[in-house]
Write a protein that binds this ligand. Structure first.
Ligand code: SF4
Length: 392
């Protein structure tokens, strides 16, 4: 087995290994999501034809309004190549990351120093709260690698040394490992945050049920904040995509501040799922294009490493499908099928080269291994396309 880096989600696990022998793919340490992703990527064929490059360059150079789109599953190096190609084409560079993620990165919470390395959480986090986030669905190894199970410098007994809280609108798998399970009505996150903040600031005291939660349970949860040395709130789509994002994030930031004012360590980190959300955010910040795509502004689209036609909301996907599409990325999916021309690349887990930015902003470098096909990376493919476009 060789050491690899997984790009099945934004955790980009680098403590895993794999081997491919014929059609058999074995892995060590990958979660089921990661293994399924690796298996698919390792068995894909990625033959590139010169005529496809020529055709793609023709389409891109004759297009009038060009959208250069995708990138969530591309490496940081490929994104850089993409920015160069887009400017050469006078195109519009946009990313397919969740609108929610873009809004979080534009919110003050992001500038207030609330973030921290996941390794720091493993070593120090003794009160862990999953708020509107359920890693058992999308970031499988988050609890086992970083936040719940592992031992750390100040966490000698692993899960026994930590207190876990989960706040969500329904019972979740993650709640099964929690000491505090708070199920609240949809859209009421800010109300609950208010109650906790006011309790911690000793401006009120909880007596009765709040949002359907018995008073004694809520008091127990608030005491968790009081007892903790290092609180970490992992907020997810329940907070980000609930329609009250602005208020929810402001109040989470306030809660962290209150903890800090009480002499505690406290942090808040987002739980984005798509593998290189943070890399895209850093390079293509603030560009969101749903309205422009839906309005039919683009007659030509270069779509990279993203099955945009499958992931975009219906009206935007329908309109985009009418444009001339050049697809660059691993084979398979609707966009690949509908494109006027597709140039297939290896998935980054197999390519084993380049970097992506983990959800806590750490740069993770992919590792070469026997299955690597260096000449078919997304980055190399975009560079070749750029050279052809330049010559036309
Ligand atoms: S948690 Fe994510 S990065 Fe880690 S092995 Fe699973 S899919 Fe891969």
């Amino acid at each position: 087995m060789e050491s690899i880096v997984c790009n099945g989600c934004s955790l980009l696990c680098d403590d895993v290994a794999a081997e491919v022998s014929g059609k058999t793919v074995n892995s060590l340490g990958l979660c089921t999501l990661g293994h399924t992703h690796l298996e698919k990527a390792a068995l894909q064929k990625t033959k590139q034809a010169e005529k496809d490059f020529e055709k793609a360059a023709d389409i891109l150079t004759t297009g009038e309004n060009i959208l250069v789109y995708g990138w969530t599953h591309a490496t940081n190096e490929a994104i850089k190549e993409g920015i160069e190609l887009s400017s050469l084409l006078n195109g519009y560079m946009a990313s397919s990351i969740d609108l929610g993620a873009t809004q979080v990165m534009e919110h003050d919470i992001n500038a207030s120093g609330l973030g921290i390395d996941l390794e720091y959480v493993r070593n120090n986090g003794d009160f862990i709260i999953y708020w509107g986030s359920d890693p058992s669905e999308s970031l499988h190894r988050h609890p086992s690698r970083f936040a719940v199970l592992p031992r750390g410098e100040k966490i000698p007994e692993g899960i026994e040394s930590r207190t876990i809280g989960v706040v969500d609108v329904r019972q979740t798998e993650t709640m099964k490992m929690a000491n505090h399970r708070l199920v609240i009505p949809g859209g009421k996150d800010a109300d609950l945050l208010d109650v906790i903040i006011s309790e911690l600031e000793e401006k009120s005291s909880i007596k009765d049920k709040v949002l359907g939660i018995p008073g004694s349970e809520l008091v127990g949860f608030v005491n968790g904040f009081r007892k903790a040395d290092c609180t970490v709130i992992f907020y997810g789509s329940g907070v980000i995509n609930s329609g009250n994002q602005e208020t929810n994030l402001t109040k989470i930031a306030k809660l962290v501040e209150v903890q800090r004012n009480n002499g505690k360590e406290a942090y808040a980190l987002p739980m984005f799922v798509q593998s290189n959300t943070m890399g895209v955010e850093k390079a293509v910040s603030g560009v969101h294009s749903l309205q422009r795509i839906s309005s039919g502004e683009f007659d030509t689209a270069l779509i990279v490493a993203d099955d945009a036609l499958a992931h975009l909301p219906g009206p935007a996907a329908k309109t985009l499908a009418k444009s001339h599409i050049v697809y660059v990325g691993p084979p398979g999916g609707l966009t690949d099928k509908r494109a006027a021309v597709s140039i297939h690349t290896a998935d980054t887990i197999v390519a084993g080269t380049g970097t992506m930015t983990r959800v806590d902003m750490n740069e993770m470098e992919f590792k070469k291994w026997k299955a690597s096909k260096e000449d078919a990376t997304i980055s190399q493919t975009i560079r070749k396309l750029t050279e052809l476009v330049r010559k036309k």
